[in-house]
Design a protein around this ligand. Structure first.
Ligand code: ZN
Length: 307
């Protein structure tokens, strides 16, 4: 009895879940006031699915460029979107407003790789001075999910390659058009669906640091005096005996890492100890290694070159 109640509650919750599979087409255009190129969104396409992945709605619109009158040849060739299509579109502001109304609240948004989300944030910031995506609640990178389900590691798999692996005819959809790609992506979600499988990929975008974290670009720390450099963690072990070595030379920043000549107090071997600090949004990753030290004169030459 209790179990039945629990089950039905769970089922109801799953069925009330709405998925929005979104795809965008963008054209690179020069933005004068920013002094850089922007991947300006020219088409929105999306399909809405219920908790059983049945289609319950579609969205498509063209966006009139604010930056250019003419689309790039490559974009036109890839998408078959003409300058006339683009010029017949609505403003980006209006497209975002309509899409937000159509998508509704508390949805799970899915895109094939997170580049569309990054482009969207860039467009919202540049063209509307908005810092967040108004229709984004929970989000998952569908490419990551499908790739895991297919057991593909390493390079990111393209939508067409994933479709082929799953026996979906990519050409049946209007390929490289927003709605076609969204419909194809939705079909890949159906083919790979497993209860709870998407859960590890879901990100709550309503948490305060979601956008800061998303936009943060990890970098290698090159300043030895940076607060990201923990001097206590710069000790390097001897590759021969595992003892901590004594630093006998000055730290130099070479090829993305701090390097210094070191000597092992036990076996007396000399090595170039190497420590690399990589700064991520909320942590610093440290990578250490030791390599055979070049002869002294050669090391001195290197120092001169570095200066
Ligand atoms: Zn040693």
């Amino acid at each position: 009895m209790f179990l039945d109640l629990f089950k039905s509650k769970k089922r109801r919750r799953a069925e009330s879940q709405t998925f929005v599979v979104l795809d965008l087409e963008w054209n690179s255009a020069y933005c004068k006031w920013e002094g850089r190129f922007l991947n300006e969104i020219i088409e929105f396409g999306a399909v809405k699915l219920d908790g059983n992945l049945r289609e319950i709605g579609r969205f498509q619109c063209f966006v009139r460029s604010q930056l250019t009158n003419r689309l790039r040849g490559r974009f036109k060739g890839l998408t078959n979107i003409s300058n006339e299509d683009m010029r017949s579109g609505i403003s980006f502001q209006e497209a975002v407003r309509r899409f937000t109304d159509w998508a509704g609240e508390d949805t799970v948004t899915l895109t094939w790789s997170n580049t569309d989300i990054h482009t969207l944030v860039d467009n919202l910031q540049t063209l509307m001075s908005r810092k967040s995506i108004p229709f984004l609640y929970r989000y998952a990178d569908l490419q990551k999910y499908v790739q895991q389900r297919l057991g593909v590691t390493g390079n990111q798999i393209s939508l067409s390659a994933a479709a082929e692996r799953l026996g979906v005819d990519f050409k049946e959809y209007a390929a490289h058009r927003a709605l076609g790609d969204a419909l194809c992506s939705a079909e890949l979600l159906r083919r790979t669906w497993v209860e709870g499988g998407l859960d590890p990929f879901l990100v709550d975008t309503t948490v305060p640091d979601y956008y800061a974290r998303m936009l943060f670009k990890p970098f290698v720390v090159s300043d030895l005096n940076s607060s990201d450099v923990d001097r206590d963690k710069m000790r390097v072990r001897c590759p021969d005996c595992g003892r901590y070595m004594k630093k006998i030379g000055r730290w130099q920043f070479v090829n993305g890492a701090f390097r210094a000549r070191m000597r092992c107090p036990r076996c007396n071997g000399e090595f170039m100890g190497q420590v690399r600090f990589k700064k991520y949004f909320d942590h610093v990753a440290i990578n250490k290694s030791a390599h055979p030290a070049p002869p002294k004169e050669k090391a001195a030459e290197e120092t001169v070159k570095a200066e």
